[in-house]
Design a binder for this molecule. Structure first.
Ligand code: BES
Ligand code: MN
Ligand code: ZN
Length: 498
């Protein structure tokens, strides 16, 4: 999709479809009101006739509106004006993109960024328009031989802003497209099945990313190299699988060599059967999504490189399958991690922390400013927070605050959970330095407690994305979260340097 910026009167433009907001009940937005005047009350009479009352998500399409130069006008319900919010705006954008795409119009001119939202400027509104529109048209049909294509899909979107805002709007278009591309990559990888998206495949994808941007350098460790380093925890997970494990590193250099990088560590379990502690079969297919942390790291690095952010970012991806076999690790096995700490593997399904702990120790070599790991780590997080917020735990309140704030700005929110010392004792083991599970209570917190023991001498945060990385049900598919949060976090760190 191609985006441009315009600054014109709504009824005087030639466009396949002009998009206008209508508030509940039957209240015209500013642009709609201008359009109404030029068309001698066309919208007013339509609303009076009862075709629309402005409820959230409603859309009405008119053809060849008399008195206007466009082929169509799409009215989008925005709900009550005084309740209009980030979420309502994003919902309106999504219904608009979907309705235009189905209408047959291949180009549109949107006036939705003219709607007022408390605390949001043109940059934010235009960037959201780009991100939401691209996301709304994503279909996970790469592996369908017959694609249900719209005959004339939406190709070009012009965004109307005040003429004084065109420069900032262009910046928003570029940033929005970069972030959307990152989200798209994360979704595509997430939706690929485990037989295609293997650890080797993830490494190839990383290399492709490295080949596409000269600021990204990629290196991949195989099992022999990991063995040499002493990554006994990571390798214990890979034992049961025929697919060889990989440790993938991507280094994005946007700043001088001696600036400490942000390190992003993404869980890359390309299929999690549970291993010998095997999972129940219903919905086990969804464990192909257990590499969504890794996918979000790749997506975020892509967005960074597209925006040429002036900072250094390292992505570290431990990638493996978790399967049962005669070689697989067994409950009760004790393994030695890269840090030297020993771990009693009481449940082979708590594999995410076993691969992340070695990746966290490995990350120390980059002398990080901060380390953030991203993982579909616990079913308990889905129970605690559902599918709206990622779980956030950290050894540094300032870092947590920065991530929370980035999530709010990016409409990709997280929620801060405690990492108090009291929870640590749940990991006590009689035979090793710690167990890899902490019992039924506070599963998300004890998983983070486990990781905290490997987060070296650096500021560290953990995002548990088990509830947000993909959707279940009819709309089953990867969401691309938390690429938007992570990218915003990095953008915020750039401050006024760009
Ligand atoms: N990948 C799963 C977590 C998960 C489960 C994410 C369901 C999304 C939906 C992880 O590897 C896992 O199996 N965790 C266990 C930990 C337990 C054994 C302590 C879990 O949550 O059941
Ligand atoms: Mn598991
Ligand atoms: Zn897992």
């Amino acid at each position: 999709m191609k985006f441009t910026i315009k600054s014109e009167k709504p009824a005087a433009v030639k466009a396949g479809c002009v998009v206008l907001g209508i508030y509940e009940r039957r209240k015209l937005s500013e642009a709609a009101s201008q359009f109404d005047k030029t068309t001698r009350g066309l919208l007013t009479s339509l609303l009076k006739a009862g075709d629309m009352d402005g409820k959230c998500g409603q859309t009405v399409l008119l053809h060849h509106p008399r008195g206007a130069d466009c082929e169509r006008v799409l009215l989008v319900g925005c709900g009550k004006k005084n309740e209009f919010s980030d979420k309502r705006y994003r919902d309106a954008l999504a219904s608009a993109a979907d309705a235009i795409n189905r209408s047959g119009a291949s180009d549109a001119l949107s006036y939705l960024p003219g709607l007022e939202i408390k605390g949001r400027d043109t940059y934010w509104k235009v960037r959201q328009l780009v991100e939401v529109s691209i996301a709304a048209l994503y279909k996970p049909d790469e592996l369908k031989s017959i694609k249900d294509k719209t005959s004339r899909p939406l190709r070009r979107v012009a965004v109307n802003v005040d003429s004084s805002d065109t420069e900032i709007a262009h910046k928003a278009l570029n940033d929005g497209q970069a972030i959307a591309a990152g989200i798209q990559l994360a979704r595509t990888l997430g939706d690929l099945p485990g037989n295609i998206c293997t650890p080797t495949y993830l490494a190839e994808q990383a290399r492709t990313l490295g080949a596409g941007y000269k600021q990204i350098e990629v290196s991949v460790l195989d099992e022999a190299a990991m063995e040499k380093l002493g990554m006994g925890a990571l390798l214990s997970v890979a034992r049961g699988s025929e697919e060889p494990a990989r440790l993938i590193t991507l280094e994005y250099r946007g700043d001088s060599k001696d600036t400490k990088p942000v390190v992003l560590v993404g869980k890359g379990v390309t299929f999690d059967s549970g291993g010998i502690s095997i999972k129940p079969s219903p919905a086990m297919d969804e464990m192909k999504y257990d590499m969504c942390g890794a996918a979000s790291v790749l997506g975020t690095l892509k967005a960074c490189a597209e925006m040429k952010l002036p900072l250094n970012v390292v992505g570290v991806i431990p990638a493996t399958e978790n399967l049962p076999s005669g070689n697989a690790s067994k409950p009760g096995d004790i393994v030695t991690s890269l840090s030297g700490q020993t771990i009693e593997v009481l449940n082979t399904d708590a594999e995410g922390r076993l691969i992340l702990c070695d990746a966290l120790s490995y990350s120390e070599k980059f002398d990080p400013a901060v380390v953030v790991d991203i993982a579909t780590l616990t079913g308990a997080c889905v129970i605690a927070l559902g599918s709206h917020a990622a779980g956030l735990l950290s050894n540094d309140d300032k870092l947590a605050e920065a991530l929370l704030s980035a999530g709010t700005t990016a409409a990709d929110r997280a929620w801060h959970m405690p990492l108090w010392g009291e929870y640590q004792q749940q990991l006590d083991s009689n035979f090793a330095d710690m167990a890899n599970i902490g019992g039924r209570e506070a599963g998300t917190i004890t998983a983070a407690c486990f990781l905290s023991r490997f987060a070296g001498d650096y500021h560290w945060a953990h995002l548990d994305i088990a509830g947000v990385a993909w959707k279940q049900g009819k709309e089953k598919g990867a969401t691309g979260r938390p690429v938007a949060l992570l990218t915003q976090f990095l953008l915020d760190r750039c401050g006024n340097d760009r």
